[in-house]
Design a protein around this ligand. Structure first.
Ligand code: HEM
Length: 561
């Protein structure tokens, strides 16, 4: 339901007051291009401007952003919402590139921080200056190559084996929610690796976080949230209390781990796979504790990393499967890609080839670890070895970006590359949902699911076409690949054209982690389980209101033999 229906009477009274106050205190400098005011987006009304649009459900809001993009192409248009600073909606990648390159000028500002402070406090998403640097450094240390190897070689295969078992147990037994399945994988992964804690998707904390994320997102659509929350905000306040308590528990548990560690101080010796995971477990929270010291800020930082890592990736996988289950030919191609990989592996190491395609040697020596089901070493499932699967994941990220829109506020007067003048404190919005469907950037088939757009002939020279620009992904030769593949994955777009992982100094730190998870999870769920998934939803799926892109009602599927 849209916000308008829910809080209509509060909003109406307060809007009238706000329009009056706003009119009296209007900023003398105004947003202009070549001395002229910007054009208005469709459906702009006198007095309330675009205010009512923002009170619609977010799904309708995205459609409206998409309509703006179709009507105006790359042109920057005005955004006016009563009570808020004047703003613009940008579409032109040149403007976005300018934003990425001038991150000190375009910050989250008071506009974003006031709304997200309760949830993220001084966590990396909100932090600037030294606090940001410390957290970024701790995150980079956690997401290093060695830790990612433990993720792909030990932790993920272990959790995926449990997923496969769960799916096999549910053959012909009613629907399974794939969104919950993926959320559980990413929650367990982040919980163990980053915090050395056992976490699950249906923990009370997780439910409260989902609620608070939705209610926080509503604050960006409802300019009068401070007033409406006086009447309707008790659930949000309660959820925030549970979340903050959980943040404190993460820190207490980390301090305990640290003290234990100090008292043990075992000499380093040869380690098996499972102890590799134990060794790195909690490394993020330990780095944060070391770097920041203040436990309240460490708790904020921990909660922010948890959200950045698990929600985005779990949701991206959900939308990927949503698309795949509607495109059987893409599933067939993934199947073929995995089979080709198996074959080339068998040619390379005939002595290792499994006698049965769905039984295998376990990837780890830990007793509790169940065998990985694919019949091959899970570390073979890399973006380089599976270019088509990688392309499918990016095509899903294009059509369903886990962070669907972004807001920044200018900290000084500035002029965008297209000539738009923005006075200090102007609000700048871009909607990834719309930009990543732009025909100007993606061509006439921008609305279609076509993973091939991210594939190029493997022989194509580096730097050809758009390759070699920022954002271009080069692939290392995949482990176990006998002969070069006919195609390779190539992003072919700059981060300003395809901003799904953001760009510049504040680009996403977890991109490689998300890609590594995707290329193990997608083929495992589709090929290795020995089961067939069938979509069990009616009509199209929508996103529920949130800071990210959860699927409303989950992704129900039937599991068939
Ligand atoms: C498909 C999955 C993912 C997508 C689409 C994604 C996208 C993004 C985007 C758009 C931002 C900028 C957000 C903002 O400042 O408003 C961001 C930042 C960030 N992401 Fe990701 N992300 C993903 C997965 C991950 C993972 C797995 C991690 C690992 C923990 C991670 C860690 C971060 C961090 C730490 C930042 C803040 C960077 C900074 O401000 O310096 N992300 N991500």
């Amino acid at each position: 339901m849209g916000l308008l229906v829910e809080y209509g009477h509060y909003i109406l009274t307060a809007t009238v007051l706000a329009v009056l106050v706003h009119a009296v205190s209007a900023n003398r400098k105004s947003i202009r291009r070549n001395g002229e005011p910007l054009r208005n987006p469709p459906d702009t009304l006198p007095l309330v401007g675009n205010g009512l649009k923002f009170l619609q459900s977010r799904w309708e809001l995205f459609s409206w952003f998409d309509k703006c993009q179709r009507q105006f192409g790359y042109e920057t248009v005005a955004l006016r919402v009563p009570t808020l600073p004047p703003g613009v909606l940008i579409h032109d990648p040149r403007n976005l590139d300018f934003v990425f390159k001038n991150e000190g000028l375009f910050t989250k500002g008071d506009f974003v921080k006031q709304r997200s402070w309760a949830l993220f406090g001084n966590g990396i998403i909100n932090a600037d200056g030294d606090f940001w640097k410390l957290q970024r450094k701790a995150g980079s240390a956690f997401l290093n190559t060695a830790n990612l190897r433990v993720l792909t070689e030990v932790a993920l295969p272990q959790y995926l084996s449990e997923t496969v078992e769960y799916l096999q147990q549910n053959v012909d037994k009613g629907t399974v929610d794939l969104q919950h399945v993926f959320h559980e994988i990413t929650t367990k992964l982040m919980g163990k690796m980053a915090y050395n804690m056992e976490m699950h998707a249906d923990d009370e904390f997780s439910k409260c976080f989902d609620y608070a994320s939705g209610a926080t997102a509503e604050r960006f659509q409802n300019p009068l949230w401070r007033i409406t929350e006086l009447f309707t905000g008790s659930k949000l306040r309660k959820s925030i209390r549970v979340i903050k308590d959980f943040g404190r528990r993460i820190v207490t548990s980390a301090v305990h781990d640290r003290n234990e560690q100090k008292s043990k101080r075992e000499p380093d010796g040869p380690s098996d796979e499972s102890s590799k995971l134990d060794q790195i477990s909690g490394s993020l929270i330990q780095s944060l504790l070391e770097a920041i010291g203040n436990e309240e800020t460490v708790a904020d930082a921990a909660l922010t990393y948890l959200s950045a890592g698990r929600d985005t990736t779990g949701q991206a996988l959900t939308w990927t499967l949503y698309l795949l289950l509607q495109h059987p030919s893409a599933v067939a191609r993934i199947r073929q890609e995995v089979q080709d990989l198996l074959q080339s592996q068998q040619q390379l190491h005939p002595q290792d080839s499994p006698s049965h395609p769905t039984t295998t040697k376990p990837p780890t020596t830990k007793e509790t670890t169940k065998p990985f089901p694919l019949g091959i070493d899970p570390t073979l499932l890399t973006p380089a070895a599976l270019p088509y699967t990688t392309a499918v994941f990016h095509e899903a990220l294009r059509l369903f970006p886990p962070i669907p829109f972004e807001i920044r506020q200018t900290q000084a007067d500035t002029t965008l590359p297209d000539g738009t003048f923005l006075p200090r404190y102007s609000v700048l919005v871009w909607c990834l949902w719309a930009m990543q469907r732009s025909r100007l950037t993606w061509g006439a088939d921008a609305d279609e699911f076509r993973p091939e757009r991210f594939l190029v002939p493997a022989s194509r020279e580096e730097g050809e076409g758009k390759g070699g620009q920022e954002g271009e992904e080069e692939q290392e030769e995949g482990k176990g690949m006998k002969t070069p593949r006919a195609v390779r994955f190539a992003l072919g777009k700059t981060s300003a054209e395809f901003p799904v992982f953001y760009g510049g100094a504040r680009a996403c730190l977890g991109r490689k982690m998300a890609e590594a998870i995707a290329v193990q999870v997608i083929p495992t769920v589709l090929v290795a389980t020995g089961v067939r998934l069938e979509g069990a939803w009616e009509g199209g799926r929508r996103s529920q209101t949130s800071l990210t892109l959860p699927m409303e009602g989950g992704l129900p599927v039937l599991v068939k033999k």
